[in-house]
Design a protein around this ligand. Structure first.
Ligand SMILES: O=C(O)CCC(=O)C(=O)O
Ligand SMILES: [Fe+2]
Length: 470
């Protein structure tokens, strides 16, 4: 049950919601008819008693009258049982139990994913809800999940967002929010803030013994703790080059060097197929060489590939199994078709490498928050993945760049383009600078396709070298 590892699954939930509400409407219609029938049955039963009124005294001494009464009550009971058994209620409940509806853990998981995105991209509740505001109860749930995961600053910010949006229709209450605001601030180490909200709670509810005790404790601790971190401001200091690159923080040296790199049309060193339709190539980086090729696949081909991939997608694994390190669904397209053949030929033409030992095209769809942590595409063995040809089959609105933390390069997905690099030096050793990662998708839907090209078959196309440096 992976609602978020693929955007396609979310689309499916929309359909399920429609069906669910439609089934409820039909159920109500059926119940209404049933209610009408029961009302007329009741009328008939009442009519019997009207024509044959009860006379307790007579019934007590006349056995025939008693018999009649017994029969009548039994009949009434049978009628009621029959009608109430016709109720669709039980059946409907049974069927509902089979429906594939998000469970509590799915909701918690989704909230948890949003919080991970906030941490990664340093986003406040008001940033992440800019397009889609949450109400007080939704925000309370966000805060609760963050609190549960010991993410006290994000919890505090969500509770505060919730408090601002509290209305008379909210399920959550000011008391609850003040309690959690105080408690989150305490756990984060902001004692004056914990005291402030604790005091507000006490003013609201002077009988709250628990907060009295907590407040006195906080006041005591206030003098012992020296540091008092600012709970209202997210720390944006970059401690991790992968995350900083994903956030678009490029350092000066990188951007200067990048501006000097060129963009030109290539004919693959005189390949006749490319003479007719040269590919536009752009050098994204020089060392290692990362080259972007524009417009190498059409929108129609992309749609075709997505369509054949969709039914086969399954949660991508890392070498250690399924993990958040890799939040995507993927499939290797092994079966032959003209589109795959065309792409394969095109990659051979552009790169000048043989596709003989290449793997099938690996199509990948990232869901909300989907990412692929820093990794190498190959390992140092015989016939390793000498090169990677990474095709972008979608634009991504926000996030989702491919970044190379070792060299400080971020490549933004652009639909129809591809990037190419060698993972191995000419001497067959792994190029440590090719470590790369897929940044979490913040807004949008990310589709990529990988062609991994292996060493075998490249002997004459990329002559090997014995040098340590190539
Ligand atoms: O999605 C990306 O940007 C990178 C994908 C990748 O590195 C891989 O699939 O090996
Ligand atoms: Fe990769």
């Amino acid at each position: 049950r992976e609602f978020f590892s693929s955007t396609d699954k979310v689309a499916q939930l929309f359909e399920e919601e429609k069906d669910l509400l439609e089934s409820f409407r039909l159920y109500i219609d059926a119940e209404e008819k049933n209610v009408e029938r029961m009302k007329s049955a009741l009328l008939i039963l009442q009519l019997y008693t009207y024509f044959d009124p009860e006379n307790p005294e007579k019934t007590l001494r006349d056995p025939v009258a008693a018999y009649k009464l017994l029969r009548r009550v039994r009949k009434e009971w049978l009628t009621i049982v029959e009608f109430t058994q016709q109720s669709l209620y039980k059946k409907y409940q049974e069927l509902l139990a089979y429906a594939d509806i998000p469970e509590l853990e799915d909701l918690d998981g989704a909230a948890s994913e949003l919080i991970r995105l906030q941490e990664f991209y340093k986003l406040y509740p008001h940033n992440i809800t800019k397009e889609t505001p949450l109400n007080a109860d939704e925000a309370y749930h966000m805060g609760f999940v963050a609190y549960d995961e010991d993410k006290f600053q994000h919890a505090f910010l969500w509770f505060s967002y919730s408090l601002d949006r509290l209305t008379e229709y909210s399920t959550t209450t000011e008391e609850k929010l003040l309690h959690f605001l105080s408690s989150s601030a305490y756990h984060f180490g902001s004692l004056p803030v914990a005291i402030y909200f604790g005091q507000r709670l006490l003013n609201l509810d002077p009988t709250n013994e628990k907060i009295k005790v907590e407040l006195s404790l906080y006041k005591l601790l206030r003098f012992q703790r020296t540091s008092n971190p600012d709970i209202f401001t997210l720390n944006t200091k970059s401690d991790n080059s992968y995350e900083a690159l994903c956030r678009g923080e490029v350092d000066e040296r990188t951007s200067k060097r990048q501006r000097a790199l060129s963009c030109r049309y290539s004919t693959g060193g005189g390949n006749p197929r490319l003479m007719y339709a040269p590919v536009k190539e752009e050098v994204e980086w020089d060392e290692p060489r990362i080259i972007r090729y524009h417009d190498i696949i059409s929108d129609r081909e992309i749609e075709f590939l997505k369509n054949i991939s969709r039914p086969q997608l399954s949660r991508s694994e890392t070498r250690r199994g399924i993990s958040n390190y890799r939040g995507s669904q993927s499939v290797f397209l092994e079966e032959d078709n003209t589109v795959l053949a065309r792409i394969s030929q095109s990659i051979a033409d552009i790169t000048g490498l043989s596709m003989e030992s290449a793997e099938g095209l690996h199509v990948q769809n990232y869901g909300i928050g989907g990412r692929f942590g820093p990794h190498y595409d190959t390992w140092d063995d015989e016939n390793g993945r000498i090169a990677t040809f990474l095709i972008y089959m979608s634009d991504v609105e926000i996030g989702g760049a491919t970044v190379f933390p070792e060299v400080g390069v971020a490549v933004q997905p652009k639909k129809g383009s591809a990037v190419f690099w060698y993972n191995l030096h000419k001497n067959g050793k792994l190029d440590l600078k090719t470590e790369h990662a897929g940044c979490p998708v913040l807004v949008g839907n990310k589709w990529v396709a990988n062609k991994w090209i292996h060493e075998f078959g490249q002997e004459f196309r990329r002559p090997c070298s014995l040098s340590e440096w190539e």
